[in-house]
Design a protein around this ligand. Structure first.
Ligand code: AMP
Length: 178
């Protein structure tokens, strides 16, 4: 049953070559979001690993982590906090630099975004090299958050982001290898 569901989800991921720059195979999940069946299936599967766990906060990564992150938070009776690119958050922030598959950037979170000891899930659409996820982990830990797991819809196996996180003893949940 789960395999059938995953096959359906996989069929809704398309690869756009050379976006946003030459050499990048962009994994676009907007077709999955546009289909009511795969949209609700994805939310169901994303929340499953946390049944029975007390989750306080889902931290969503800008920008595609904002699409299903708040729904995941609601499903877990948790709150949602945005982790944003530099200069977007209005109150006082902490910042961490990270390397992308295509460039260098920095992430920010409000200094008062969560309480010390809060149980946190970090959510994004996709993990590639893991640089973004690691920067987010550093931010959450700077705030005193307790990272329960990382939640992704997709991972690019060849770029070894999951290995990076698991090598640091983080738990990762991902639905599709793309
Ligand atoms: P990384 O830090 O290398 O793990 O990159 C992950 C972040 O960049 C996520 O926020 C993704 O949405 C985005 N990203 C990186 N590579 C791709 C790709 N090939 N297709 C779609 N999004 C990507």
């Amino acid at each position: 049953m789960k395999n059938e569901q995953l096959k359906k989800l996989y069929s809704k991921i398309r690869t756009i070559p050379d976006f946003p720059m030459p050499g990048i195979q962009f994994k676009d999940f907007t077709p999955l979001l546009a289909d009511p069946e795969t949209l609700s299936m994805t939310s169901e599967l994303l929340k499953k690993p946390y049944d029975g766990l007390k989750i306080d906060i889902v931290a969503g990564l800008e920008s595609r982590g904002f699409l299903l992150g708040p729904r995941l938070a609601q499903d877990l009776n948790a709150g949602f906090i945005p982790v944003r690119k530099s200069g977007k958050l209005p109150a006082e922030t902490f910042a961490e630099e990270y390397e992308l598959e295509y460039g260098v950037d920095s992430l920010e979170v409000h200094k008062d975004a969560l309480s010390k000891g809060a149980n946190v899930i970090i959510h994004d659409d996709l993990i590639a090299t893991g640089g973004t996820a690691m920067a987010c982990a550093r931010l959450i830990e700077k705030l005193g958050g307790n990272i329960i797991a990382f939640s992704f819809i997709m991972h690019i196996d060849s770029l070894k982001g999951l290995e990076l996180l698991e090598g640091k003893s983080y738990t990762c949940h991902t639905l599709l290898s793309v």
